[in-house]
Design a binder for this molecule. Structure first.
Ligand SMILES: *Cc1c(COP(=O)(O)O)cnc(C)c1O
Length: 460
């Protein structure tokens, strides 16, 4: 079948991912195609060196700001074991929210004392394990605190280490955390149960990515630590949660994309609201965002957050997920079929949109997939195509957007979705249609001409 190139490229808004030499090396080595052959279906590959580099940069941002801090990797962002292994090796803890996550973290080398247990209304078994292993529990509600006190009083186990999670005043409709009056009650109960509960401080997790509200709330909780200490509680740390932004593309691209995108650019004329897209460009991201946060002056203080918490003798915990996983992996599908539509094509790949996970948020994963032709040839034109899943659901599209590919996509070609390790890979994966879950290949080192790989060691 002869395909003719369509409209000029300017007509197709694109979101090229920022260059990533490690991913490029894996593609250039031929490993991507080899793994597609070996697995016979979609798969993820993981680049844990990126995780380690991100972790080291965050730890350096803390040191540079002279802040005593500790990074907990928010495990929910990716199920792979290798990132937990890298957290343990890099002197970081892990933030877990289920018994299974706790078991995984312990089993892959993170000491119990380096675990942070978050999430609402925690399972009693989880609370029990947390106390037994000396993990810190971020308590979400008064009834949970009561259960924890009760549990810690009965068993012959150590005192429960507790942070009290604050309901942010800027996000009053959040279902997480305690408001001011609940916090007062919680402090009182911690004092009464001081023999079984060690109240170590406060925590929060804000949605959104702006720094000022984080700095403001951190400063407020630092004050609250002082108050709690005057009441005789240890209260020497705060956790500022996650939410360090990641930049997937450059500023100009992102602005141009948001301005240009309209329903005609998507299969079936689908409408996406720009406000529902993840902000794929962040002016300051990852460890730089942490440094910027530490330099931010909380409202009404006139001093940098770093200075405030240092003077208050406070240890700063953070729980980044996405930002630790920036560039730490990619997802590969094989094209199974290609069909013509009016002025574009629909390619169908051998997996589902659940392996990209963004559809859950009335959005889609926007960084452009890279076409890896089975028979490499020079770029020949512009061939717009949307990407559908190998399922019987009309709405199961990996990419509604018509991607302007430089080659006509053909069955057997591969599509690589870049930078998917943070939340995209496996938060929604399911065995829909009895399709197997995509395996994860770990590429421990990418600085070699012939990268080697192994399977991830996730237990379940
Ligand atoms: C999800 C979550 C995180 C991680 O958030 P990121 O945006 O991935 O950094 C940290 N802490 C808590 C309590 C969370 O729920």
């Amino acid at each position: 079948m002869e395909v003719t190139p369509a409209t000029p490229p300017a007509a197709w808004p694109s979101v090229p991912a920022l260059p990533d030499p490690a991913t490029d090396r894996v593609v250039a080595s031929g490993l991507v195609a080899e793994l597609a052959y070996a697995f016979g279906g979609p798969y993820h590959f993981l680049l844990p060196d990126a995780f380690t580099a991100n972790l080291t940069a965050m730890q350096k941002a803390l040191t540079d700001a002279h802040v005593e801090g500790f990074v907990y990797y928010a495990k929910k962002a990716n199920k792979a074991a290798v990132f937990v292994e890298r957290a343990a090796a890099g002197g970081a803890g892990v933030d877990v929210a289920s018994t299974a996550e706790l078991r995984e973290a312990l089993g892959h080398g993170v000491p119990g004392a380096d675990l942070m247990v978050t999430g609402p209304a925690k399972d009693p078994a989880l609370l029990h394990l947390a106390v037994q292993h000396g993990a810190t529990v971020a308590v979400d509600a008064l009834d949970e605190l009561d259960r924890l006190v009760c549990l810690a009083s009965t068993g012959r186990i150590r005192p429960a280490r507790v942070l009290l999670r604050a309901l942010p005043a800027t996000q009053p409709h959040s279902r997480f955390g305690m408001d001011d009056s609940e916090m007062t009650t919680a402090l009182k109960r911690c004092r009464e149960a001081a023999d079984v509960v060690r109240m170590e401080g406060f925590s929060f997790h804000l949605s959104g990515y702006t720094l000022q509200p984080r700095a403001d709330l951190a400063a407020r909780l630092a004050d609250l630590c002082r108050t709690a200490r005057l009441q005789g509680l240890p209260a020497d740390r705060i956790s500022i949660g996650g939410g360090l932004p990641v930049s997937y593309t450059d500023a100009a691209t992102w602005r141009a994309f948001l301005d240009a995108q309209r329903p005609a650019h998507y299969h079936a004329g689908k409408t996406f609201h720009t406000g529902d897209f993840y902000p794929y460009h962040a002016p300051v991201a990852g460890a730089d965002a942490l440094a910027a946060l530490l330099a931010t002056r909380p409202e009404g203080t006139g001093r940098a957050l770093a200075e405030l918490i240092r003077d208050a003798g406070i240890r700063l915990a953070l729980e980044p997920g996405r930002a630790l996983l920036d560039r730490a992996g990619a997802t590969v599908f094989r094209i199974q079929g290609v069909k013509e539509r009016d002025g574009y094509q629909i390619v169908t790949v051998d997996g589902t949109s659940l392996s990209l996970s963004e559809q859950w948020f009335a959005s889609e994963y926007l960084p452009d997939p890279q076409l890896i032709p089975r028979h490499p040839a020079p770029a020949t034109g512009v061939f717009p195509a949307s990407v559908g899943a190998a399922t019987c659901l009309e709405s199961d599209m990996l990419t509604w957007r018509k991607i302007a590919f430089p080659h006509p996509p053909r069955p057997g070609d591969l599509l690589l979705y870049p930078n998917t390790a943070g939340y995209q890979m496996d938060s929604n994966e399911s065995r829909f249609h009895d399709l197997p879950l995509p395996p994860k290949a770990v590429i421990d080192r990418t600085d070699q001409p012939r990268p080697r790989w192994r399977l991830d060691r996730h237990f379940t």
